[in-house]
Design a protein around this ligand. Structure first.
Ligand code: ADP
Ligand code: MG
Length: 316
């Protein structure tokens, strides 16, 4: 008797519990359905992948959200596809105010290809933004961006990741006062007890952002990212202007050549202590930080923690 009464009471409060009706499955917000994804325009393109601005509009009527979608240029499966999957897995684990936010994936062709869905950052990369907005970007702002990049990188390192492609083209702008690190396409995870990652394949590596140990031994330490940060800081301080583009600066230094020859000449120049020059009107104290990033050996370099302290002091 008591049990029946109790059941009636529960039934009234929550009919689905007792009647056997299963409540509608909450849909996974990180799975985006291909049919609701509308491409608006291309945002950028790399060797294998492209990034497009899309609207995800399951309700219809263009009431949806804007997202940035990274996919492979050619739909064939293979190494590149597994790289994109790895990029998804990396981004999914990162939560920081200075790292581009992962939103989810979109499976296509029955799961044979995937797309990476991220938050859309309207102002694009520093490389696109800075040359156009030089007049309204103060030195103070540049140092703020430098600080935020270091904070994102410090977090990435604390999670035992090495970015391997830190450059102005991969730093995206949320607003005039907030930048975020993106493009985890080359990012590698190192185990707690390991100090570096060794790459096997290295076509298309951004050599002019790379430290000597990356070029010579293909070894990547957290300190190799610090070197790349130094080059990124150089890009910031030159407002990413065309005539100071690091590859052109280095090629002017070592002479034009191709492939292994370039690599050998670049390594030799770095061994001889040659470095990018102090950008025009860049304060000494900021150029000093670049030089501290460009110590020949990984152990000769500053780390992101100390860089954060320096930029915080400069900004206060
Ligand atoms: P790739 O691996 O091809 O270099 P990236 O992730 O660096 O791909 O993206 C390429 C370009 O696309 C970036 O330099 C930037 O201009 C643009 N882009 C990438 N992600 C976003 C985003 N979330 N919001 C706005 N623009 C983006
Ligand atoms: Mg990129």
């Amino acid at each position: 008797r008591a049990i029946v009464r109790e059941l009636d009471r529960i039934k009234e409060q929550n009919p689905s519990v007792v009647s056997g009706v299963i409540p509608l499955q909450e849909t996974d917000p990180s799975v985006f359905e291909s049919r609701f994804l509308q491409t608006i325009r291309k945002l950028g393109e790399g060797h294998f992948g492209k990034v497009e601005l899309c609207m995800y509009d399951p309700q219809g009527g263009h009431t949806g959200q804007l997202v940035a979608v990274k996919s492979l240029k050619s739909e064939r499966d293979g190494l590149e596809s597994s790289n994109l999957r790895r990029e998804v897995n990396t981004m999914r684990e990162l939560y920081h105010q200075n790292i581009v936010k992962y939103k989810g994936i979109c499976n296509e062709e029955g799961g044979r290809t995937i797309k990476l869905i991220m938050e859309y950052l309207p102002a694009g990369s520093l490389k696109e933004y800075l040359p156009r907005n030089r007049a309204n970007t103060s030195e103070h702002r540049l140092l703020l961006y430098a600080l935020q990049i270091c904070q994102g990188m410090e977090y990435l390192g604390s999670q035992n990741y090495i970015h391997r492609d830190l450059a102005a083209r991969n730093v995206l702008m949320e607003s005039e006062t907030l930048v975020k690190i993106g493009d985890f396409g080359l990012t590698k995870s190192i185990k707690d007890n390991e100090e570096y990652y060794t790459v096997r394949e290295d076509q298309d590596s951004p050599v002019y952002w790379y430290a000597p140990e990356c070029l010579i031994h293909r070894k990547f330490y957290k300190a190799s990212d610090v070197w790349s940060f130094g080059v990124t800081l150089y890009e910031l301080m030159t407002y990413c202007e065309r005539k100071s583009y690091p590859p052109d600066m280095f090629q002017n230094m070592i002479g034009r050549s191709h492939g292994q020859m370039t690599m050998a000449r670049l390594v030799k120049a770095l061994e001889e202590g040659r470095r990018l020059p102090c950008p025009p009107s860049c304060p000494d104290v900021v150029y000093t930080q670049m030089r501290r990033c460009w110590g020949y050996s990984p152990e000769d370099r500053v780390d992101f923690k100390s860089l954060i302290e320096v930029f915080e002091r400069l900004l206060s």
